[in-house]
Design a protein around this ligand. Structure first.
Ligand code: R5P
Length: 273
């Protein structure tokens, strides 16, 4: 973007509180902070940096490739709060006027963004480009749940592949996942599971087990955000997934698809100079 890079000084105190320091900025400040775990710490740091830039008089755009708390877009159980709506209010209070994120979890989540405008960049074109160069036999694109229908259809359309939408249900109290038998056979075909995020790995594990049971030869998992918490990666490997491919919204060994050009493109078209 030919923009000036201003490194932030970040300190975490023994009690877990953060402190950020930035030089004075003006005009437009783009605060880049992905809120992967520790999510609360990273979110607070982003808010601190945004507030400082806003106090300096800058227009603040937050680039949060992985936006924590976006899955709680409604109260699933009585007594819960809609955390993504709270995050919007926090960003607004910190002086953020625009937010750029990658693959926002749901349209409902986006609907809470009233004071802060939101732009969700799809990672699907980049993931599909990566899939083009992968060695796959007669592949089929699979969504692990109905919520990912639009995503998987977009992915498959770019590649001319068939799609399959699995029907997943999750027990809200225990977190247990079940997947319905899709009633089709994949003998010898490869399958690519496409999701917005892999967190505990439960959705991909159940999806992969079902695909293998139905005869899929090779199962690959692709997602925007590979959180892969705890032993998720080994559980996924044990379920027969040979490769996990993700974007670099979260820096780890699965971050094989670079988002920087897409984000820079969105920023350049918004802030022309
Ligand atoms: C669900 O709606 C999401 O799209 C993902 O499938 C889900 O959040 C992945 O979580 P986990 O890896 O814990 O199953």
């Amino acid at each position: 973007m030919k923009a000036e890079l201003v490194p932030a000084e970040v300190r975490i105190f023994p009690d877990g509180e953060s402190k950020t320091r930035l030089p004075k900025v003006s005009e437009v400040a783009v605060v880049v902070q992905s809120t992967y775990p520790p999510a609360d710490t990273h979110l607070l740091q982003a808010l601190m940096m945004a507030r400082k830039c806003a106090d300096d008089g800058a227009e603040v755009c937050a680039v949060v490739p992985y936006l924590a708390y976006s899955r709680q877009d409604r109260p699933f159980l009585e007594g819960e709060t809609v955390t993504i709506s709270l995050v919007e209010k926090l960003l607004a209070a910190a002086g953020v006027s625009h937010l750029i994120t990658i693959d926002m979890h749901s349209r409902l989540g986006m609907s809470y963004f009233k004071s802060v405008s939101i732009e969700s960049i799809s990672s699907i074109p980049l993931l599909a480009e990566y899939a083009k160069i992968s060695e796959l036999r007669d592949p089929i694109a699979v969504s692990p749940d109905t919520g990912g229908t639009e995503r998987v259809k977009d992915f498959a359309a770019r590649l001319g592949w068939q799609t399959l939408i699995l029907r997943k249900s999750r027990d809200r109290a225990t977190g247990d996942i079940t997947v319905e038998d899709p009633g089709v056979d994949f003998k010898g075909r490869d399958a690519v599971l496409v999701d917005d995020m892999i967190s505990s790995g439960g959705s991909i594990v159940k999806g992969a087990q079902m695909l293998r049971q139905k005869g899929a030869a090779k199962v690959v998992a692709m997602c925007a955000h590979a959180l892969l918490l705890g032993d998720a990666a080994s559980k996924i490997a044990n379920a027969g997934v040979t490769e996990i491919i993700a974007t670099n919204s979260i820096p780890n060994e699965y971050a094989k698809v670079d988002l920087s050009e897409s984000i820079a493109g969105a920023l350049s078209s918004r802030y022309h100079d």
